[in-house]
Design a protein around this ligand. Structure first.
Ligand code: GRF
Length: 206
């Protein structure tokens, strides 16, 4: 492991194409990271399979085996802390994180969301974009705070919305950009190239 190699944890709930993009960026595009842990709240998340196929530790933490949200989040905190990761990347993780979790890892949790935030936070952002009639949408990588998709914005990509789009077509076009954007943002975070000032994230000048 080179001196510039950082450790990350990836939290997932579903198919894991963003996890795949991160693994590919590590293997083929010099992203200086090791994925120390993939953690899912869904047993059948295909993302767990993708991790196993790459020899990455993949853990399903069953919400039903905990008495409540705080206990569950504490178990996640303990597991992630035991791996000493530099960054936690949410990649389609469909649970709202408690304040306890967020404060356990200050400025170390990021998320990708398929809209140009602050437009269309929450569920079904592509459907929201189509219903609203916007001509451009896209994706956003942001730091996670206690709100829903409300944290400071790190990077965004813009994607056109066409008259012929349905949710699936628009989602696919946005997803292609997600897979490029997320590894870029992870690199910036790991290499300490960002400064956070209130809601504003700026890239350090060299
Ligand atoms: C992505 O669209 C991501 O932006 C959103 O959830 C979806 C996860 O997709 N937060 P995948 O599991 O990475 O394929």
């Amino acid at each position: 492991m080179g001196s510039q190699e950082f450790k990350i944890a990836v939290l997932v709930s579903g198919r894991g194409t963003n996890l795949q993009a991160i693994m590919d960026a590590i293997e083929h595009a010099g992203l200086p990271a090791t994925i120390a842990l993939v953690l899912s709240n869904k047993k059948d998340a295909y993302a767990l399979k993708r991790a196993e196929n790459h020899g990455i530790e993949a853990v399903f933490l069953d919400p039903k085996s905990f008495s409540g949200k705080l206990e569950y989040d504490q178990a996640m905190i303990d597991l992630i802390k035991s791996k000493s990761v530099d960054l936690i990347c949410l990649a389609g993780f469909m649970r709202i994180l408690s304040g306890e979790f967020i404060h356990a890892f200050p400025e170390k949790i990021i998320n990708i969301h398929p809209s140009l935030l602050p437009a269309f936070p929450g569920l079904h952002p592509q459907k929201q974009a189509l219903e609203c009639g916007v001509k451009f949408s896209g994706c956003t990588v942001h730091f996670v705070d206690e709100g829903v998709d409300s944290g400071p914005i790190i990077l965004q990509s813009v994607v056109p919305v066409y008259d012929s789009d349905d949710e699936e077509k628009l989602s696919g076009r946005i997803l292609e950009q997600e897979h490029i954007l997320y590894p870029k943002a992870i690199r910036l975070c790991l290499l300490n190239q960002l400064t956070l000032s209130g809601k504003k994230v700026m890239q350090k000048k060299h």
